[in-house]
Design a protein. Structure first.
Length: 274
């Protein structure tokens, strides 16, 4: 077994999300205290405790790395080559109202790309992880067996993020995508309100995921995007360009056909001449 000093970045990401997931699971149903944030958002005591558990793991193993935590902000040099992106509880509102649709996300940006990432479901015990080349699912804790993530559009289920901000409105509104007649013809909408659904695309449980927003170095989305890219999904911005370019946003699909259908629906939202 590797010592902590020999632990790979991907192994560390898995261990970190498992530490955060254990806190989230243990505090579930306890009505944790809420702390107001800007824009009507809030964190709970579980967010804070899970982030602390994750940061303790990362800082012990990689004391020289920079970190961006959703709740604690940025630490380390602004131009650090290695920066961990930590989202301790994605789906806080779900969690606060006792809905088990949440994720714990950790990703490492090394240079210009994400080289290791993990996303945990605290309640199933599943961890979706990547070392930047492979995408795997681990079940049953640290000693669990890993299996390859295999995307599939067979479910025809598409998750659409309806939460603000909407930087590309009025040209693109996620809710408008749901109203398109051709969407109902080809797909069935879902709104999970957690980036757990992005990992589900990599795992073949969703055909696609669509969101607006500026997502570069996003603590919420970095892990899921890396998982989908490593699994072989089609991953672009909302207008089909490389992720984090142009208008931004995200369209991640299990295959090219699904992706092209969604892009065509998005293009049809933009008024002629714009």
């Amino acid at each position: 077994m590797l010592s902590m000093n020999m632990e790979t970045d991907a192994q560390l990401a898995v261990r970190a999300v498992q530490a955060g997931a254990a806190v989230v699971r243990d505090m579930y149903g306890t009505s944790p205290e809420r702390f107001a944030k800007s824009g009507g958002d809030f964190a709970t005591a579980a967010d804070l405790a899970a982030e602390k558990a994750i940061l303790d793991v990362l800082r012990t193993a990689r004391p020289d790395d920079a970190v961006t935590g959703e709740e604690s902000g940025r630490t380390g040099a602004d131009g650090a080559e290695r920066r961990w992106l930590v989202d301790p509880l994605c789906g806080t509102l779900n969690y606060a109202v006792k809905t088990m649709l949440v994720a714990v996300n950790v990703a490492l940006r090394d240079g210009s790309g994400i080289t290791a990432a993990a996303s945990a479901d605290p309640f199933s015990g599943e961890v979706f992880w990547t070392d930047g080349e492979r995408a795997r699912l681990r079940r049953g804790g640290t000693g669990g067996a890993d299996e390859a993530l295999v995307p599939s559009s067979g479910s025809r289920l598409v998750d659409v993020n309806l939460d603000p901000p909407f930087p590309n409105a009025p040209d693109f509104r996620a809710v408008g995508l749901l109203a398109a007649p051709e969407f109902a013809e080809h797909f069935r909408p879902r709104v999970v309100s957690s980036t757990l659904a992005v990992a589900w695309v990599a795992a073949g449980r969703r055909a696609a995921y669509v969101t607006d927003g500026r997502l570069r170095d996003s603590v919420h989305f970095a892990a899921g995007i890396a998982l989908c890219e490593a699994a072989g999904c089609v991953v672009t911005g909302i207008h089909g360009g490389p992720p984090h370019t142009g208008a931004g946003g995200l369209v991640v699909a299990a295959d090219r056909e699904t992706h092209d259908l969604l892009l065509e629906m998005i293009r049809n939202q933009v008024p002629a001449g714009r």
